[in-house]
Design a protein around this ligand. Structure first.
Ligand SMILES: NC(=O)c1ccc[n+]([C@@H]2O[C@H](COP(=O)([O-])OP(=O)(O)OC[C@H]3O[C@@H](n4cnc5c(N)ncnc54)[C@H](O)[C@@H]3O)[C@@H](O)[C@H]2O)c1
Length: 322
């Protein structure tokens, strides 16, 4: 096998990006799509030139691996089905919406290398460097830390009836904190506030304690006005006994100022360019998945790591309601 036959399951916003990248990866043979929505199937077939099936089983017959890009609450069953068919699975974050559900996935994944969770921040060069600095001891003892991620309110509008801001955005920060510090976090308290959506928290602030003793805060919201030039405000700050590090994960580098309308800071790290070429964290992530599957290497982000991030968000949700 010199190229991995791979398909995308769910070709919505994220699946579309996966498909664009997979088309360009030298070691991937992008062979098809499974998508429930008929109009999206036709559009994707025309755009990517591969068959789009209504059923996952039809796609599974054609592939060695799948990338599952279904809504957060639909991750468990298709993942278990693909694993049972002997396929390597890349599952978008969050792994699932409860640790119980993650445990069912893991119980059906006897080969831990068969499953990778799409925690994209682990493929960001800035995060990788920050982790190296912390792990090498250059920061000293971690005294306190802050992770935050806010997006335009437009991100929440499409999804707040089926997920929450802690699950959709906070899962990135839960993973980021664990990945960079190498420590587990305990949730001490969390407060949420509903201001925009019909009934879920749009703002969540959590107070955590790392197992090395540091205090940490995690803040998530989808309340930024859409007119803000950078529609994501995100980052990580760690203050230690020897040094502090600050990582800006917002979109800041490329500003487009139209003659009419609002100025926009455009993403230059996470997503592929319009043509799907060039570097992007998603490309690095998908390339890592493809190569690990092709060369039978360990999962770059095992299910156990996805589950740990889920456990942290679950604890935030529980603390908010207690
Ligand atoms: N890594 C990141 O930074 C990042 C960013 C955005 C979204 N995501 C994740 O990606 C996943 C998908 O999010 P999205 O925004 O693309 O959602 P979306 O709603 O835009 O797309 C989901 C697609 O799945 C299809 N679908 C639903 N049920 C199906 C089924 N049973 N079989 C086949 N197709 C089905 C829908 O028709 C839709 O086209 C979510 O888990 C989300 O959290 C990750």
């Amino acid at each position: 096998m010199d190229r991995l036959r791979i398909g995308v399951v769910g070709v919505g916003v994220q699946g579309h990006l996966h498909a664009r990248v997979l088309k360009t990866l030298p070691e991937a043979d992008f062979v098809g799509i499974a998508e429930a929505d008929e109009a999206r199937r036709s559009k994707a077939e025309a755009e990517f030139g591969v068959p789009a099936y209504a059923s996952l089983d039809q796609l599974l017959d054609q592939v060695d691996a799948v990338s599952i890009c279904l809504p957060d609450h639909l991750h468990e069953e298709p993942t278990i089905r693909a694993l049972a068919a002997g396929k390597r699975v890349l599952l978008e974050k969050p792994m699932s919406l409860s640790t119980e559900s993650c445990d069912r996935i893991l119980a059906n994944c006897p080969d831990p290398d068969a499953l990778m969770i799409g925690q994209i921040l682990r493929f960001d060069p800035r995060v990788i460097r920050a982790r190296e600095l912390v792990r090498s001891g250059d920061i000293g003892e971690i005294w306190h830390a802050k992770v935050w991620r806010s997006t335009s309110q437009a991100v929440g509008v499409g999804i707040w009836d089926r997920t929450s801001v802690a699950w959709f955005l906070g899962i990135h920060d839960a993973d980021l904190l664990r990945f960079v510090t190498g420590q587990e976090a305990e949730v001490v308290a969390a407060l949420g506030r509903n201001v925009l959506s019909p009934g879920t928290e749009d703002i969540v602030h959590a107070l955590l304690r790392l197992d090395g003793g540091a205090i940490a805060t995690m803040e998530n919201s989808w309340t930024l006005p859409h007119s803000r030039p950078s529609r994501a405000d995100a980052g990580l700050r760690i203050i230690g006994s020897k040094a502090a590090i600050e990582v800006t994960l917002s979109h800041t580098d490329l500003l487009m100022v139209p003659r009419e309308g609002n100025a926009v800071n455009m993403d230059t790290y996470f997503w592929p360019s319009r043509e799907g070429n060039g570097a992007s964290n998603l490309r690095t992530e998908l390339d890592a998945f493809v190569r690990a599957a092709l060369y039978k290497e360990p999962s770059p982000v095992p299910g156990s790591e996805g589950r740990a991030a889920v456990a942290l968000v679950e604890a935030v949700e529980a603390a908010m309601r207690s």
